[in-house]
Write a protein that binds this ligand. Structure first.
Ligand code: DUC
Ligand code: ZN
Ligand code: ZN
Length: 494
């Protein structure tokens, strides 16, 4: 009898740093052998002529979550994780989202229960933090961080979600002290509101005006301001869903100055344009997300940011809303751009789109592809080496890609519950045909092979940017010390 539960043989393995031919032996959900000439186990996959890559990590997706406007996502943990798996992603990190007035521990307990019942691949959580009260900052966040939720997103826009700069500083200081990473949605709220008001006053309500209201400069300004706040405390920050050149330039400058600034982008900023919102009626709602898709020059800048390492993460920002009155169109054909639920689906096509347009075109090496879609996410959120790579001791999360398979993207072939895809009709080349999570074959022969609730919760460790910042910076930062002392005296005074 074989010492392995499963073997994957004859494939070409790529990690973020290496490419080589070897067989993989898997036991108890982990990779335990990596060498040529392994004898087949009773369960054996012949990966000859295929790429054997780490399963993807999608570290920015919205699943079974209420939006700021109170709209429920179309995907629950079942449909979202099934869809992820069919697209080669074996770990997702969605958001346990606090709405004002809610207690963080309650939010997380509810979200954890929903996920445990339904997820088919593994998952960790970020928080969305909208109400940084004193108990949240002093008690709830530190406890949740110790329980493995080591990243949280704050918003600079959306009335119901946004924090002021002073609140963001409070959150950054707590994250810094407790070992967590703050993710920022950077758009200037006042600029957007002003533009919305004047567009509406002139009767400009069609979906295409969403992209006008969410102006590139609103993103550029907020990105610069967010970075300034992080630099004041000399603490790490991740700018999410970056879409345009000036924001990327600002991030690059901060990185060259030695600030601990990291950044992510998403498929919609490489493969869609603001022009896509300009369709008859309200059809353009299918392309409304924030920040919105931009122009060809922005797409070029985003590609460049991925190639030169300014942008380290490629996530979907999957935010699924159906094209009907349950989601995108609360007012049917009369829905104005301001009322359209913001967000696009992308969990399943994230990796195939980048594989086809990045690797197959020669823009990216296969190793860069792995880094951008898996390994860098595991580093960023404290999941390496368990997730995001192929190595002895790592979880056996593997996607076996057929680089020759040509696919015509259409919603009918996808597994989410959104009812449309913004990438309808695109021809791409390369698709993950077998997907393995913790040694379990999740997808094979275009069929789901596992049941609801078989995914596991992952506790994230300290994010690598936090460890690096701690190691590199001088121990005394007067501004941080000021925060610590004033927090302590506020607590004593109670
Ligand atoms: N923008 C966000 O900030 N989150 C969800 C989707 C979107 O478009
Ligand atoms: Zn956002
Ligand atoms: Zn998002």
């Amino acid at each position: 009898m074989s010492e392995f539960d499963l073997t994957v043989r004859n494939g070409r393995i790529a990690t973020a740093s290496e490419t080589y031919e070897a067989d993989i032996g898997i036991r108890d959900g982990r990779i335990v052998a990596l060498q040529q000439g392994l004898a087949p186990a009773a369960h054996d996959i012949d990966a000859a002529g295929r790429w054997v890559l780490p399963g993807g990590i999608d570290s920015h997706c919205h699943v079974e979550q209420l939006s700021g406007m109170g709209v429920m996502c179309a995907d629950d943990f079942y449909s979202a994780t099934v869809s992820a798996a069919f697209g080669g992603t074996t770990t997702i990190i969605p958001f346990a989202a606090q709405h004002r007035g809610q207690l963080l521990p309650d939010v997380v307990a509810d979200y954890a229960r929903r996920a445990a019942e339904k997820a088919v691949v593994d998952y960790a959580f970020h928080l969305i933090l909208t109400d940084p009260t004193e108990p949240a900052l002093t008690d709830h966040l530190p406890t949740l961080i110790r329980d493995g939720i080591t990243s949280f997103k704050v918003f600079m826009t959306y009335k119901a979600l946004k924090l002021g700069d002073d609140q963001i500083l409070d959150v950054l200081a707590v994250a810094d002290r407790e070992g967590a990473l703050v993710m920022v949605h950077a758009e200037n709220n006042e600029i957007i509101d002003w533009l919305v008001r004047h567009l509406q006053a002139q009767g400009y309500t069609a979906p295409k005006y969403h992209a006008v209201a969410h102006a590139p400069l609103a993103e550029a300004e907020a990105t610069n301001r967010a970075i300034t706040l992080a630099r004041l405390l000399d603490t790490p920050m991740l700018i999410v869903h970056v879409s345009q050149a000036e924001a990327i330039a600002t991030i690059g400058t901060a990185q060259r100055l030695g600030a601990h600034i990291h950044a992510e982008t998403c498929p919609q900023y490489l493969f869609l344009k603001a022009d896509d919102l300009d369709l008859p009626g309200v059809e353009g709602a299918k392309f409304c997300c924030s920040p919105p898709p931009r122009d060809a020059a922005s797409q070029q800048a985003v590609w460049q940011g991925l190639l030169d390492g300014t942008l380290k993460l490629f996530s979907s920002d999957h935010a699924p809303y159906r094209y009907d009155d349950s989601g995108k169109l609360p007012n049917g054909e009369k829905t104005t751009f301001k009322q359209i639920a913001n967000g696009l689906p992308g969990l399943e096509v994230r990796m195939p789109l980048l594989f086809s347009e990045g690797v197959q075109t020669g823009r990216l090496t296969i190793n860069e592809f792995v880094a951008l879609t898996a390994t860098n996410h595991a580093r960023m959120y404290g999941l390496l080496p368990r997730k995001g790579t192929i190595a002895i001791g790592s979880d056996a999360d593997i996607a076996i890609w057929n680089a020759e398979r040509e696919v015509l993207i259409s919603h009918s072939m996808l597994h989410d519950n959104v009812g449309y895809t913004p990438y309808e009709g695109r021809r791409i080349k390369g698709w993950p045909e077998v997907v393995i999570s913790r040694g379990r074959i999740v997808v094979q022969d275009q069929t789901l092979q596992v049941g609801r609730g078989s995914g596991q919760y992952l506790r994230c460790g300290v994010p690598e940017p936090v460890l690096k910042a701690r190691a590199l910076r001088p121990p005394d930062n007067f501004v941080r010390t000021l925060f610590e002392h004033s927090q302590a005296s506020q607590k004593d005074a109670q």
